[in-house]
Design a protein around this ligand. Structure first.
Ligand code: BJW
Length: 237
């Protein structure tokens, strides 16, 4: 697979699964362990902020132990060596693409290691617990209000940088989706958007996803096997 000049790659939880990070919808995944309405909606946060802050504190802490895998490393190599336009749009809130060395990365669902202040609306780098200690939550580094929340996109909220993503999709000649179930919009609709606009479309996923039939080609297997092989095709061709 070669001859492309403008590639948009969408990644989901499946690309980080081999690094030991739970996916959402697999058996034993995050949504079997936690009620999605409680931990991934603004209403859940309003009802029980301590529960939600604890959920994200736990995941931020666990991320320290995780390392990028062969799929993240292959995309970082592609980012470094592909001369054309490239954008990695990740739904993941982990930082494994960056830790593998990728630069052209956009986090459409936010980041675990970022805090959003609901008072001043500033986003700040964050690598500590956010839940209350000694009865007080930590202050915002910008306005000092104790009103931080995880800088992640919950159901009902607008994902980040949608204009930039749609611009990239309009210009893409290849759209590749890696390790995502295609269950969550607007990301699940990108394949149709890209295809309608003339791009070739390829899915790399452990199993067929909800949107597999929209892709020109769908390959099944582990990201750690499929992604390095595909990157070799692109760079070698
Ligand atoms: C492997 C593997 C291995 C495993 N190798 N593969 C219709 C149109 C538009 C919107 C809606 C609509 N209907 C409903 C909506 C609203 C809603 C929505 O989509 N709901 C659905 C339940 C239907 N969407 C929203 O509310 C979004 N906002 C929005 O729509 O705003 C309005 C808008 C309109 C139009 C344009 C633009 C905006 C916001 C969605 C926010 C999602 N947030 C979460 C939590 C983020 C923070 C956190 O991490 O806690 O994002 S939910 C969760 O799901 C997380 C993920 O990013 C997201 C997607 O999950 P993902 O990555 O696909 O994981 P899984 O587990 O589902 O799948 C993993 C896959 O990997 C599986 O297929 C495995 O087989 C595979 N796999 N191991 C390769 N080793």
């Amino acid at each position: 697979m070669s001859g492309f000049n403008n590639i948009v790659i969408l990644t989901g939880a499946g690309i980080s699964a081999e690094s030991g990070i739970d996916t959402f919808r697999s058996a034993g995944g995050l949504w079997e362990q936690h009620n999605v309405e409680d931990v991934a909606t603004p209403e859940g946060f309003a009802r029980d902020p301590d529960l939600v802050l604890g959920f994200y504190d736990m995941r931020r802490e666990a991320l320290r132990e995780r390392e990028p895998n062969a799929a993240h490393n292959a995309l970082a190599l592609l980012d470094a060596e592909f001369a054309g336009e490239l954008l990695i749009v990740t739904q993941n809130v982990d930082d494994l693409h960056e830790r593998a060395g990728a630069k052209r990365v956009l986090h459409m669902h936010g980041e675990l290691k970022s805090a959003l202040c609901t008072s001043c609306e500033m986003r700040s780098p964050w690598d500590a617990p956010m839940s209350a200690k000694d009865g007080q939550r930590p202050p915002c580094p910008v306005c000092w209000a104790r009103t931080l929340r995880p800088d992640v996109v919950w159901f009902g909220e607008m994902p980040y940088q949608m204009e930039r993503i749609y611009r990239a999709l309009r210009e893409a000649d290849l759209f590749v989706s890696i390790g995502t179930s295609g269950a969550v919009y607007p990301a699940a609709g990108f394949v149709r958007d890209a295809r309608d606009l003339g791009a070739q479309t390829l899915e790399l996923n452990l199993e067929r996803s909800e949107g597999s039939h929209w892709f020109h080609e769908s390959r099944q297997g582990r990201a750690g096997d499929l992604v390095p092989a595909w990157v070799e095709e692109v760079l070698g061709g």
